[in-house]
Design a protein around this ligand. Sequence first.
Ligand SMILES: Cc1ncc(COP(=O)(O)O)c(C=O)c1O
Length: 430
Amino acid sequence: MNRRNFISKSSKTIGFGTIMGANLNHLTDSIKGGEWEAIRNEFLLDRSKIQMSQFLLASHPSKVRNAINHHRKYLDDNPVEYYESNFVKNDYAVLSAASKYLGAQSNEIALTDSTTMGLSLLYTGFDLKPDDDILSTTHDHYSTEKSLEYAAKGTGATLRHLNLYEDPHQTKVDEVLSNLKKNIVPKTRLVAVTLVHSSTGVKLPIKEMSVVIADINKQRTEADKIYFCVDAVHGFGVENITIEDLGCDFLVAGTHKWLFGPRGTGIIWAKKDAWHMVNSTIPPFSAAYLMWMDKMPKGPLSFYSKITPGGFHSFEHRWALKEAFEFHIEIGKNKIQDRTHHLSLLLKEGLEKISHIKLHTPLSPSLSSGINCFEVDGIEAEDVVKKLVMKNIIASTTPYKKVYARLTPCIINTEEEVVKCIEALENIMS
Ligand SMILES: Cc1ncc(COP(=O)(O)O)c(C=O)c1O
């Protein structure tokens, strides 16, 4: 199948009609209008390569680069004075953009340096008792697993890992929900999951899972309530969702991946009535510090003031996170979601037609996002990635015990690039 045929064939089934209930007609117009090309031009990426691993560590659009340079210049000129006169205003500007993006309140958000830092602050600070049960899954990232392990060790709580699905490619919402329901026990206090699995590409039905948990909570007292925590890093910057759409109590995300935010940034969001469940583990500055110095009356802290780690940071990066949220809001969260799903579906439909490839990610955008995992018959995933590099395609492998190859198109990529990846994999044996 040549490239022109593939695009025109796929266009009939993918781009120009209704797929899996999602109407993508409007995409055609914006692609024709060159909007995506203009967005692609915002990035300084090496155009001799097809970037299919942007989700690991982002390149920055010009708006973010300029903001970093702006803050860096003033910090270089006069670091302490610039910091002292601007940290409240600049932190607040970041929180305000983040809250607009999430549909949340700004004081419900803590600023971190990565997803890993956020997961650790949340789980090792969680108010667990020795006989509490932590229910996690077999699909989560190392950083979730280790943070929960440390939390269990520090508190004496029990940690269990649940298999939410057997075959990721075939999984259905009902399978996930019934496995969740079956595994919650009276002592379960914390359910820790991941929105989009970087191990398989499966996107969990978080809202439906939150309803299962809310129903169980109706039968429980406040002291026995289950808290629902989500590592959302791989949906954040792709899915057109708000906090309300997810229905969880805590959300953790790095913002240096799909959101194209400054490297070394992230957030934790916490529902107001769950703030008391997390203790500070890294001393916060701001209000907490002033209270310690007796310059402010002691009192309850917002989640931002309680959990954002203190110490001086790479502020030129932290403060330019505002522009990353604005970049996404300006393009439109719905358009970013549709474009990413469209490119992923184009890729997956192409991979499914190749007899030596086994796709592990579900086809439907309702159960997948921008991560696509697969195997090639007789070739180790690491070797698949090496062979793709020789064709200037930057892919990745899943950093898990079971290793798959991954391609992760985002709004910077084009349909042509996706088709080149399919062609490279079609000819990978030769
Ligand atoms: C699901 C998941 N959570 C957390 C992380 C760690 O992210 P960070 O680099 O922001 O700490 C990764 C890595 O990509 C991941 O795949």
